[in-house]
Write a protein that binds this ligand. Structure first.
Ligand code: NAD
Length: 254
């Protein structure tokens, strides 16, 4: 479906690497103009270059998505330049450290919550009015299998991703009648820079975790991105307030 997003304006956060970069490429390959947002301009410029090398349209948008002034400025730029926003993938995130709750530093907990959860709230706060202005749109928020499980040592991450699911459901409920569909993506183990960094710190755990996945491998970033792109496409027109799990069977057994 190369033209599924023809003429559409799409915002992807965390577009400088991993799932966000793969999604930005896929949206552009299907005809969209993609705003590639994130903190690291050089990595965003690489994504833009990759998209343009295949004939796609992309713009770099440097922003810290946990800061309201950055998010507000980003959405007002899109409004000024294109006067519309059809799709947003609120995807930027961090894992934070691994500590038991009693040892988790408060500052680290708050940072994970700000980057993973407050960013999704802020994103939707400014995306929704722009989408509604032109008759509707679609939003996908990147959660995680940690939105339905409690991985030991990851209290901040799991709490933030459970929160993303809650925000997604509320936003879907509030906007269904305004023709904005809101859903979430729950990737399992996906081979991205985030996971590579964690695996390098604990290779034995990484090996064990991978062997426990029924598919016996992690996802490619493109596999997770494809599910997000589908959720935002007209092909998912009657899917609202859902979280699509893309985890190689990791959570089948509960
Ligand atoms: P990644 O590290 O490659 O991508 C995350 C991106 O977010 C990076 O480009 C980073 O620069 C950006 N970012 C971080 N903080 C930001 C901020 N404050 N403002 C703007 N940008 C910021 O990792 P990824 O695996 O592609 O992660 C994408 C999303 O997928 C995250 O929300 C993550 O929690 C989620 N996820 C990943 C996995 C996995 O196994 N890789 C599993 C479940 C969920």
């Amino acid at each position: 479906m190369p033209t599924l997003f023809e003429g559409k304006v799409v915002l992807v956060t965390g577009a400088g690497s991993g799932i966000g970069r793969a999604a930005a490429q896929l949206f552009a390959a299907r005809g969209a103009l993609v705003y590639c947002a994130g903190r690291q301009e050089a990595k965003l410029a690489q994504t833009q270059a990759m998209i343009e090398a295949t004939g796609g349209l992309a713009r770099v948008a440097a922003a810290d998505v946990s800061r309201e002034e950055d998010v507000a400025a980003l959405l007002s730029r899109i409004d000024r330049e294109e006067a519309r926003l059809d799709v947003a993938l609120n995807n930027a995130g961090i894992t934070g450290g691994a500590h038991r709750i009693e040892d988790y530093p408060m500052q680290d907990f708050e940072e994970v919550m700000r980057v993973n959860l407050t960013s999704v709230f802020l994103g939707m706060k400014y995306e929704l009015p722009l989408m509604r202005k032109t008759g509707g749109g679609a939003i996908c928020n990147t959660a995680s299998v940690a939105a339905i499980t409690g991985p030991g040592g990851m209290c901040a991450y799991a709490a933030s991703k459970h929160g993303v699911l809650g925000l997604t459901r509320v936003a879907a409920m509030e906007n269904a009648a305004h023709h904005v569909r809101v859903n979430a993506l729950a990737p399992g183990w996906t081979d991205t820079p985030m996971v590579a960094a964690n695996s390098a710190q604990n290779p034995a755990f990484a090996k064990l975790a991978l062997s426990a996945i029924p598919a016996k491998r992690g996802a490619r970033a493109e596999e997770a991105a494809a599910a997000a792109v589908w959720l935002c496409s007209p092909e998912a027109s009657y899917v609202l307030g859902q979280m699509l799990v893309v985890d190689g069977g990791m959570t089948i057994g509960g």
